[in-house]
Design a protein around this ligand. Sequence first.
Ligand code: FMN
Length: 207
Amino acid sequence: MTLSLSPEFKTQFYHLLESRKSIRKFKPHPIPRETIERILAAGMHAPSGKNRQNWRFFVLTGPKRDEYVLLSQKSWLGIKDVLERRLKPSLYQFTERFFYSLGDAPVVILCYSMNDAEERYHTSIGSVYMAVENMNLAALAAGLGSCTMGAPLEIRQEVDRFIGVDQWPEYKDDKLELLCALVLGVPDHDPPKAVRQTEGRVYWLEK
Ligand SMILES: Cc1cc2nc3c(=O)[nH]c(=O)nc-3n(C[C@H](O)[C@H](O)[C@H](O)COP(=O)(O)O)c2cc1C
């Protein structure tokens, strides 16, 4: 099957891809559940190894999201020393504020992978991240902003306990693994696009 897309649509499609950038400051407006569901559905259109659809998403809104912010503050304490050495002071301070408030994002989606012996580990992980990027793009298409965050991995076990997956049999079998959080909401800043490097990223082998 080939899709027949209008030239305008193609232009807009690339505009969407190229416009995506991580948003780390949000207006506290709640996001309608249907919008979140639409974004999750876009995520689940992603390909996955052996079509296992091994993503598992936990959506935090309202008081549960507020409780999660308190955990995020703890994750900051775990990584602040490394980042303080790596980032320039202004960026370090911005990042600290982000961890303390999650940029006021009204929605946090914790993204897990269900791994099993049927599929290679990296294929399982990659499948979930494909869904995550679909969701980043769907959020943008919905007029929202988002940021993928590996930071929760610093407090992985606390997060697992927080949402209760530590009681799942698959978790006890070491199959359910937290990969990242996706925070989203209405953007409250317009950061510059992070520069893309082209040098040394692609190698064409033709002969
Ligand atoms: C797997 C992954 C983990 C990330 N973790 C964090 C994070 O913990 N905190 C954060 O502020 N940004 C995080 N980011 C966002 C990156 O910093 C961002 O994508 C990168 O700097 C490029 O900027 P852009 O998304 O605006 O294009 C993460 C991105 C990815 C893909």
